[in-house]
Design a protein around this ligand. Structure first.
Ligand SMILES: [Mn+2]
Length: 375
């Protein structure tokens, strides 16, 4: 369970925003937003009235008990009765319950404004005479709140990274293992070490498969004299880590080492620019300059990084042409990569906290030596 004081501070901040905007009621339905504000994503909605305590509405036997264990806030139970004929069915919706309780509100903020169906239903329930409550979006505000991490959140992300790294280091990866086998073992170890699970399906790409930036693991066996690219992360108490390493099984040839150094230099150069106040496109541009000097720019075909937190990809992208500025406490990935058809790929990725003088690695303990697996 998240500390109550941490959640209360987030709710207070949301309420201050509601009060400034004259919003009487906020309704949150996205699992990530709900987890952020209430410590659980097992309910149907989280309701935050401007006056009154926040509460969750969860379905009987479908999350109500879990929500009660994980959240310090009150849980209302929504329970259907089906009877034995269609006439007996009673299955009130969450919105029926809300309308009964908050029927007089004038302005509601929701995090599902893009879902026309839901908004229409809500509007109908909150109609008094001809007038319906105004419904506005909560998403920008929640984005502003979630994008900069608290010390508590950074602690969870650090632990998530630590679990993934320890899981990786407990593996004995050798020639002859299949990609799927390595991924399965890695994810098993993460769970053993206390992870909720992997933060996304782990990528293990061997040989020419490393060309696929988002490879789908196969039964291919890792061979001597080949690249092995692994992209993985853990989820711990709802928070993600994300990291990639590229190894070489056997003695790395010069063409591999030259390209590896270029990608690593690009990653380290970018890291210097992952700092407070810098335009979001700048680290990406710096990484591209390094790869350009090495004649590899054309092979860097994705963005340098993305925001990360409760969601594996959240809110921002570090990419040339994108607006906005980095702010201390944001968390992003730094992951330049090159993909040469017929040869393979190299990507090096860390999860990073935006700092005052440059990025602070959360995944720095994971070895970056491409020779590491030879030991
Ligand atoms: Mn990533």
């Amino acid at each position: 369970m998240y500390p109550r004081s941490e959640l209360d501070a987030r709710i207070r901040r949301l309420r201050r925003w509601m009060s400034r905007r004259g919003i009487d009621l906020s309704i949150i339905s996205s699992p990530s937003n709900m987890l952020y504000l209430a410590g659980t994503s097992e309910a149907e909605v989280l309701v935050v009235p401007l006056d009154g305590d926040p509460y969750l509405v969860a379905r009987y036997a479908f999350g109500d008990e879990i929500a009660r264990e994980r959240s310090p806030y009150h849980v209302e139970v929504q329970r259907p009765y089906y009877g034995t004929s269609g006439k007996e069915v009673r299955n009130p919706s969450v919105f029926d319950l809300l309308a009964e309780r908050h029927g007089r509100v004038r302005k509601i903020a929701v995090d599902f404004l893009s879902s026309e169906d839901l908004v229409e239903k809500l509007r109908k329930r909150f109609k008094r005479g001809k007038k319906s409550a105004a419904i506005i979006s909560l998403e920008d505000q929640l984005r502003r709140m979630r994008i900069v991490k608290s010390d508590y959140e950074l602690g969870l992300m650090r632990e998530s990274a630590s679990i993934a790294i320890r899981a990786f280091q407990s593996l004995e990866i050798g020639v002859g293992m299949t990609e799927r086998e390595i991924a399965n073992r890695l994810e098993f170890e993460m769970r053993e070490l206390g992870a909720d699970g992997p933060s996304f399906p782990s990528i293990v790409a061997s040989g020419s498969n490393s060309f696929n930036a988002h490879h789908v693991n196969t039964e291919r066996r890792v061979g001597e004299g080949e690249i092995l690219l692994m992209d993985f992360g853990a989820k711990y108490m709802g928070y993600c880590s994300d990291m990639t390493r590229t190894f070489y099984l056997g003695r790395p040839p010069d063409d591999f080492l030259g390209r590896y150094d270029a990608v690593l230099n690009a990653q380290l150069r970018a890291l210097d620019y992952i700092r407070d106040g810098v335009p979001m496109e700048r680290p990406d541009i710096e990484a591209r300059k390094v790869l350009k000097e090495a004649g590899l720019l054309e092979y860097f075909v994705h963005s340098l990084g993305h925001g990360i937190g409760i969601d594996i990809h959240e809110f921002i992208r570090l990419l040339v042409g994108k607006g906005g500025r980095l702010q201390e406490g944001m968390t992003v990935t730094d992951e330049p990569g090159i993909y040469v058809r017929g040869w393979g790929g190299i990507r090096i990725e860390d999860t990073v906290v935006v700092g005052r003088n440059g990025g602070v690695l959360l995944t720095g303990e994971l070895p970056k030596d491409p020779d590491y697996l030879r030991r």
